[in-house]
Ligand binder design. Structure first.
Ligand SMILES: Nc1ncnc2c1ncn2[C@@H]1O[C@H](COP(=O)(O)OP(=O)(O)OP(=O)(O)O)[C@@H](O)[C@H]1O
Ligand SMILES: [Mg+2]
Length: 337
């Protein structure tokens, strides 16, 4: 008899992979940013920095957090290509768990997972994603996890599983889940406690990257060119004056940069609220998830004033999906064979 494989729940988003697993009875989560470029890196100058040089088929890739040449992962094809395979393996290595055979649960954007016309599962896309993640990949001077089983779940919606169960909804309650990610806005309507998914929506034009790009532009104008990562950190910590002054070189432009960021956050909120209203006019509840959830909360509350506390910003919204999938699916040990 063989012991059961370890299970990881992985929300492999276009900008960040969120990975959750159970260790000593507790749910642990790590967020691993996607930033890969072609070719390999030479050994790090500082010996404690690990270099991740990968190879898939004949193509060499490396993890490079600050590279301007980082390959774009913000398109739908990402779900089925080399970069997705890389990002999942790289995230597994960030858990600190000893590499070995693993079963993984991954996600597909709702509009890929469900067919738009009838909300039925798109088995073809699901099979394609599974096959992609079972492909061979190698790590130079290192060991990788061996993915032996892949299960695919829809993005966004499962993030509210526990929240919905505990909230006393009836079988007619319509819950709107709004997932504001790095590059896409995804929405879905759940009927009851998950009795049915009645509509799905995806928009690759609306996401936090709108704010990130505006922040980078403003930073450049203040003599402070910054990577995607630094710009995102500034957006998160915009109220932390010490951090802000550290990032912005031209101190006379600090307030101006912060205003540009606030303006773009308002624009993002307005765009999301408009799309939400058009998608479903009168939901009974609204749940906000994804890394951008906090940025759009005010706009959504203003757009649906009568819902009050039925609008819920899910705790730790960026990791909510991988955490919930972990609690629901990864907790059960894989069957021993
Ligand atoms: N507290 C926060 N405040 C502001 N922005 C945040 C916060 N937490 C995360 N973000 C931003 O959210 C974005 C990532 O969100 P998320 O991980 O949900 O995206 P993703 O799943 O990779 O993208 P997508 O769902 O579009 O494929 C990043 O730009 C990140 O900087
Ligand atoms: Mg996402």
């Amino acid at each position: 008899m063989q012991s059961a494989n370890m299970k990881f729940a992985i929300d492999d988003g276009s900008t960040n992979v969120k990975i959750s697993w159970i260790e000593k009875g507790l749910v642990r989560s790590v967020t691993s940013p996607n930033s890969f470029r072609k070719d390999w890196k030479s050994a790090a100058l500082l010996s404690d920095r690990k270099v991740f040089n990968y190879q898939i088929g004949a193509t060499k890739y490396t993890y490079d957090a600050t590279s301007d040449k980082a390959l774009s992962t913000t398109h739908v094809a990402f779900q089925y290509d080399d970069l997705n395979l890389l990002s999942v393996h790289h995230a597994l290595l960030q858990t600190g768990v000893q590499p070995g055979p693993v079963s993984i649960l991954v996600t597909l954007p709702i509009t890929e997972y469900y067919k738009a016309d009838d909300c039925q599962k798109n088995e073809e896309n699901i099979a394609r994603k599974k096959a992609n993640l079972m492909r061979d990949i190698s790590l130079n001077k290192g060991e990788l996890f061996e993915i032996v089983d892949v299960e695919v779940l829809p993005e966004s919606l499962p993030a509210v599983l526990t929240t919905l169960m505990d909230s006393g909804v009836n079988e007619f309650t319509k819950s709107l889940v709004i997932d504001c990610g790095g590059t896409t806005l995804d929405m879905g309507v759940i009927v009851g406690e998950f009795d049915d998914v009645s509509a799905v929506y995806g928009n690759a034009e609306i996401g936090v990257s709108m704010v990130t790009n505006a922040a980078r532009k403003a930073l450049a104008a203040a003599d402070s060119d910054a990577s995607y990562l630094v710009a995102n950190e500034l957006i998160k910590r915009r109220q932390d004056r010490n951090f802000v002054n550290e990032v912005i070189n031209d101190l006379s432009k600090v307030d101006w940069v912060l205003e540009r960021i606030e303006d773009k956050i308002s624009e993002l909120g307005a765009a999301v609220a408009y799309e939400a209203k058009t998608f479903t006019r009168n939901p009974n509840r609204i749940y906000l998830v994804g890394g951008g959830a906090m940025l759009i909360e005010t706009a959504i509350r203003a757009a649906y004033p009568t819902l009050g506390d039925k609008i819920v910003l899910v705790q730790e919204p960026q990791e909510a999906l991988s955490r919930e999938i972990c609690c629901y699916h990864a907790a059960e040990p894989a069957e021993a064979v």
